[in-house]
Design a protein around this ligand. Structure first.
Ligand SMILES: NC(=O)c1ccc[n+]([C@@H]2O[C@H](COP(=O)([O-])OP(=O)(O)OC[C@H]3O[C@@H](n4cnc5c(N)ncnc54)[C@H](O)[C@@H]3O)[C@@H](O)[C@H]2O)c1
Length: 276
């Protein structure tokens, strides 16, 4: 019997190729869960940037999951819109009858600017997606889990930037630190319902977002991307940056019965780079 057989999981921001969200859904599906692929989709045009999971990418992600026999729902959702998040949860329950695992993964990490150059709209975009979106996702999923009974799992994809500051990333670091506070309070409020709430804090992973960060910081430091990545690996005790599988494995464990007594944690998945 697979550890997540009979469970239903949503992972927000899971359409983009090579992203953490896609990796998480593949692992949850491998462990037996039915899954919901959701991302901005057609709403991508609302953000003037190519860094977004679009409708075709969501479908491609879903097809790859279905090839392994997984039941998959595809549904666009902008996590900044509470009505869209509610509609996502409702569509999931219509399709699969329940919701057991909510992974708040949607994130914007491409706003990199020195503090003095940040505009209010830069701040708002990052906080709205990363933090407010995780709040809507947590609250809406929790309401469904309480209604259906039997507990549940909420897992927030925070970051090493939830534990330490990084240059030129004030809104991102603030949003990810905020996610840890949200995680801890939700864990307290939802414990009586058997719902665990945890954050996962990966260090650098070269996803589409990670590649963009590499390019920016290599340029900022005046080195090649290869040299920047080599220096990054050298400061990690386990000697390499993270992989999508590292985060996916941590999420799958937190989603499983084996982690039923773990809640309110912010788990580093960083090869030892972050230790507090
Ligand atoms: N890659 C890393 O190094 C790293 C490290 C730590 C944490 N993270 C976090 O992991 C998560 C996934 O990042 P990734 O590296 O896979 O990048 P990614 O760009 O592949 O994934 C982010 C996803 O969020 C989606 N998204 C953005 N705005 C959205 C919105 N308003 N509504 C719904 N979806 C939206 C994007 O379309 C994209 O698919 C993010 O929260 C990121 O902050 C990434």
């Amino acid at each position: 019997m697979k550890p997540l057989a009979g469970k239903v999981a949503i992972c927000t921001g899971s359409g983009r190729p090579g992203g953490l969200g896609q990796g998480i859904l593949h692992k949850l599906a491998e462990d037996g869960a039915d899954v919901v692929v959701t991302d901005l989709g057609r709403n991508a045009e609302l953000l003037d940037d190519g860094d977004i999971g679009n409708t075709d990418e969501m479908e491609t992600t879903a097809e790859a999951l279905r090839e392994h026999g997984t039941r998959v729902l595809v549904r666009p959702c902008d996590v900044r819109d509470p009505a869209a998040v509610q509609a996502l949860v409702d569509a999931t329950v219509d399709q699969f009858g329940r919701l057991d695992i909510m992974v708040n993964n949607a994130g914007v990490g491409f706003v990199m600017k020195p503090l003095l150059e940040l505009k209010p709209e830069d701040w708002d975009l990052v906080i709205d997606v990363n933090l407010t979106g995780a709040f809507y996702g947590s609250q809406t999923a929790a309401a469904q889990m309480v209604k259906q009974g039997g507990g549940g799992r909420i897992i927030n994809i925070a970051s090493q930037a939830a534990k330490s500051g990084f240059p030129h990333m004030a809104p991102y670091c603030a949003s990810k630190h905020g996610m840890v506070g949200l995680t801890r309070t939700c864990a307290i409020d939802l414990g009586a319902h058997g719902i665990t709430v945890n954050a996962v804090c990966p260090n650098h992973v070269t996803t589409g977002l990670g590649a963009k960060q590499n390019e920016y910081f290599a340029k900022f430091r005046g080195v090649s991307v290869e040299d920047y990545r080599a220096a990054l690996a050298a400061r990690i005790p386990l000697g390499r940056p993270g992989l999508t599988d590292d985060t996916a494995n941590a999420v799958a464990w937190l989603a499983s019965d084996a982690a039923q007594y773990i809640t309110g944690e912010a788990l580093n998945v960083s090869g030892g780079e972050e230790m507090h």
